[in-house]
Design a protein around this ligand. Sequence first.
Ligand code: FES
Length: 159
Amino acid sequence: MVLSSQEKEILEGFMQEAEGLDSPVLFLLHKIQKKWGQISWDSATFISKDLNIPMTQIYSAATFYEEFTIKPMGKNIIRICRGVVCHSKDSWKILDAVKEHLGIDEGETTDDGSFTLLDSSCIGQCDGAPAMMVNDSVYRDIDPAQVMKILDDLKNGGG
Ligand code: FES
């Protein structure tokens, strides 16, 4: 993939926002991840050149932190909490149901690009366990039937 002029423009905007920051790389990786759902090689190369930071350093950060991915992600990112409290409230049953429903394992994306299922540690919603996040939305006290409905609504353009 080669960056389009529009993508370059967006990246240049991110670079301007990052000016003067102590850790511009992490800031930029967050912006890129949020915008495109992945850290592409081309985006990483762009910031490497612009900041004059070795590509190895950019890619180390992109692969070290779990919130970044170098693989293309689905339109909707599902994180079902695997923390201790959620696990004790059967979050694993929800996870199994989602895997079966979507036909994917954790870390995988559906063939149609609608969903990526990620492994997740505690998402800070223990008093609403079991909990999950889909994109930026938090769902608490969930059960498998509710989750299937949420996913189907998202797939059909609702949610
Ligand atoms: S353990 Fe699941 S939200 Fe904390």
